[in-house]
Design a protein around this ligand. Structure first.
Ligand code: FHN
Length: 441
């Protein structure tokens, strides 16, 4: 063990009420919204086949022209209640929104920059409106904050000399002030989700990431912070040099999930975030993105996959430049929500079912309070039949599907059962609630 000043604050997962609440949510809505929603991946008539929020960099747009987009951010069709209604329809229990992305534009009227929503034609505090709308519906709000800032004159990717060190120290002070401001203006926020912390400059200042976590936890008791913020004394990220997770949950699963049989993941809290199109987080209007939208059942598969390993799933939405949500994304949210409305007992408050092995047709989950085990069948075999292998010594004593009630099954051997599931596929992946007992003898 190496002595660390800025390593992990604890070695075991948090068990306080706020953390348990976050852990039980399982399904969240991510939102990437900023100036990049206006060009939406297209510049001077050409589609730029890259994540829309990277447009200023990829298309090498002069800073002044990028900033001028703020004049067109009129919010002609923005309604915080409509966004929040969509989250409710999806069955999301929390929402995480970009307060500032890499281009430095802030969704709240920050006193520390003039590059913010308050200086757009409407002058509205959309962040405040969103917090109010989501919380009125019982949905927790978390703030995404990009430490990386392409616009700020003191931002540095690397620290080459004293002048860089001085400039970057000023930058860290600026970012700390913005974070204090967010905590003060919106004290009901439940979590902070940091991004853009991978550069050498941040890694060389692990102390600052420690201070940010400490400041937020002091001001906002219970607040949940992702691992991506943190670097330790030696520049190790997420997990400190001694192998302990920093922050409250691992947030490294981005557009990828752990292997479904990798049960080692279940020893920590974690969250995976996912785009609806193949890659873009901000709204991208081109076919590069729009022809790759995920099917609602693919989303359900990922939700169950994460739950089965004790993780949360954060599905990203990229609202459009006028403030409206893309209809295709609203439709996906609706269908995922319809599935969750029937089958949510296998997801919310559920986690890893220890002893129940991954078998390829989908996932086992277990309700962390009642102990009820579920099978979520997302890959039905061509036969239409699923073979359920129970842990040794257990037998099936009853089977129920949340939508339709008792379901028949056949015993093939001790602890091995077969279930026919061809009917009802149009309603999405089947869920089975398993009643079990000890095998006699
Ligand atoms: O560069 C960003 C990207 O735009 C997006 O915000 C994602 C979300 O996890 N994070 C970064 C890439 O890791």
């Amino acid at each position: 063990m190496i002595e660390l000043k800025y390593g992990a604050a604890r070695q075991e997962p948090r068990q306080d009420a706020a953390m348990q609440r976050f852990r039980g949510h399982r399904v969240g809505q991510f939102i990437h919204w900023g100036l990049y929603a206006l060009p939406a991946g297209r510049w001077e008539g050409k589609d730029v086949e890259f994540a829309a929020e990277f447009l200023p960099r990829v298309a090498k747009i002069p800073q002044q022209r990028w900033e001028a987009l703020a004049n067109d951010f009129t919010l002609a069709d923005f309604d915080a209640d409509r966004w929040a209604d969509t989250a409710v329809a999806m069955g999301a229990r929390y929402m995480t929104i970009t307060t500032k992305h890499h281009d430095g534009f802030c969704l709240w009227p920050s006193a520390h920059t003039d590059f913010h929503m308050g200086n757009t034609p409407s002058g509205r505090d959309v962040l405040g409106e969103l917090v109010a709308a989501y919380e009125a519906r019982g949905i927790d709000v978390n703030f995404y904050y990009s430490v990386l800032d392409w616009r700020h004159p003191d931002w540095r990717f690397t620290l080459e000399n004293d002048a860089d060190n001085l400039a970057f120290a000023r930058y860290l002070d600026f970012a700390m002030k913005q974070l204090e401001e967010l905590a003060e203006r919106y004290p009901s926020v439940k979590g902070f989700w940091f991004d853009g912390t991978w550069d050498e400059s941040v890694k060389a200042n692990g102390w600052w990431t420690w201070e940010v976590e400490r400041m937020l936890k002091k001001r906002l008791p219970g607040v949940v912070v992702n691992s991506r913020l943190r670097a330790d004394d030696l520049g190790a990220r997420h997990v400190d040099t001694n192998g302990h997770l920093m922050g409250d949950y691992e947030s490294g699963y981005e557009r990828r999930l752990p292997e479904p049989w990798d049960t080692s993941v279940a020893t920590r809290d974690w969250e995976a975030c996912m785009t609806i199109p193949q890659a873009s987080w901000g709204y991208h209007q081109g076919p590069w993105a729009q022809s790759t939208l995920k099917h609602p059942w693919d989303v359900v598969d990922m939700i169950a996959h994460c739950t089965s390993l004790g993780g949360n799933f954060l599905l990203n939405f990229g609202p459009r430049g006028d403030g409206s949500l893309a209809p295709a994304e609203v439709e996906i949210a609706r269908r995922v929500g319809e599935w969750l409305a029937v089958n949510g007992e296998a997801i919310y408050g559920c986690g890893f079912a220890e002893g129940w092995e991954y078998q390829g047709w989908g996932y086992f989950t277990r309700d962390t309070s009642s102990g009820q085990v579920f099978a979520v069948v997302t890959r039905l075999p061509a036969s239409g039949r699923v073979r359920l292998q129970l842990p040794a010594g257990l037998e099936l004593t009853g089977l129920r599907t949340p939508g339709t009630g008792a379901h028949p099954y056949n015993r093939l051997a001790d602890s091995v059962f077969e279930v026919e599931l061809r009917a009802g596929l149009e309603a999405g992946p089947a869920v089975l609630a398993l009643e079990t007992g000890l095998l006699a003898g």
